[in-house]
Design a protein around this ligand. Structure first.
Ligand SMILES: [Zn+2]
Length: 70
């Protein structure tokens, strides 16, 4: 079951909720009761499968300081 991250725009309450895909998204804040909750799409790495995602491009540093040093 995927975990969704929510945040209330009214009081700033921040929470996560496990929901299935068929569940309705939460809109009402459990903290202040206002309908100000929005889903947060954060940069939390949630199992990105596939290759090339974690590639760091710094393997070949061909442009090391030539002669611009003092
Ligand atoms: Zn709230």
């Amino acid at each position: 079951m995927p975990t969704y991250h929510y945040r209330c725009k009214n009081c700033g309450y921040d929470f996560t909720k496990e929901q299935s895909f068929s569940d309705d998204p939460i809109t009402v804040c459990p903290e202040c009761g206002q309908e100000q909750v929005r889903k947060v799409y954060s940069a939390v790495p949630i199992e990105f499968k596939g290759h090339g995602f974690y590639r760091t491009d710094g393997a070949s540093s061909s442009s090391s300081s030539s002669s611009s040093d003092k």
